[in-house]
Design a protein around this ligand. Structure first.
Ligand SMILES: Nc1nc2c(c(=O)[nH]1)N=C([C@H](O)[C@H](O)COP(=O)(O)OP(=O)(O)OP(=O)(O)O)CN2
Ligand SMILES: [Zn+2]
Length: 130
């Protein structure tokens, strides 16, 4: 039987400086990006009253609160990126780890977290539960 569900996507920007360690090329120098973070959640039930899977406003608030910790920061000096490289891959995984526990009170599962340095390049992180 087919499974039916909704996917909700919220997006929020943030601006940070970073330098990629151990990278041979211009990205080893400090530079900045106007990043776009994208959160995708899935849910298969609608609330009785508002008929929403989850409120976009609430999802955006969670995303925004986590991004505030990175916004207008030098990522290389901001934990955990003082220890791990501030690549889009690592930023996406970091945000997943921050956001997934915060979604436990909502009837949704986290599907993906993506980070775009610009529209041409995006890293997406997912965890697939067995
Ligand atoms: N897989 C990844 N690759 C790269 C990442 C990353 O996070 N994950 N990051 C970078 C740098 O952040 C770099 O700033 C990106 O470079 P960009 O501005 O895109 O410059 P390019 O020369 O690659 O592209 P242009 O569009 O020609 O300027 C690098 N790679
Ligand atoms: Zn960069």
């Amino acid at each position: 039987m087919a499974r039916s569900f909704w996917q909700l996507t919220v997006r929020e920007g943030f601006s940070s400086a970073h330098a990629l360690r151990n990278y041979q090329g211009k990205c080893e120098n400090m530079h900045g990006h106007n990043y776009l973070a994208e959160l995708v959640v899935e849910g298969d039930t609608l609330t009785e009253d508002t008929e929403l899977v989850a409120d976009f406003t609430v999802l955006k608030k969670i995303l925004r609160e986590e991004l505030q910790k990175l916004d207008h920061c030098v990522l290389n000096e901001t934990p955990p990126f003082d220890k791990i490289n501030p690549s889009s891959e690592n930023i996406a995984r970091y945000l997943w780890k921050c956001i997934e526990p915060r979604l436990k009170e909502f009837p949704v599962r986290l599907y993906s977290v993506s980070i775009s340095e610009k529209s041409a390049q995006t890293a997406t992180y997912r965890e697939i539960k067995d």
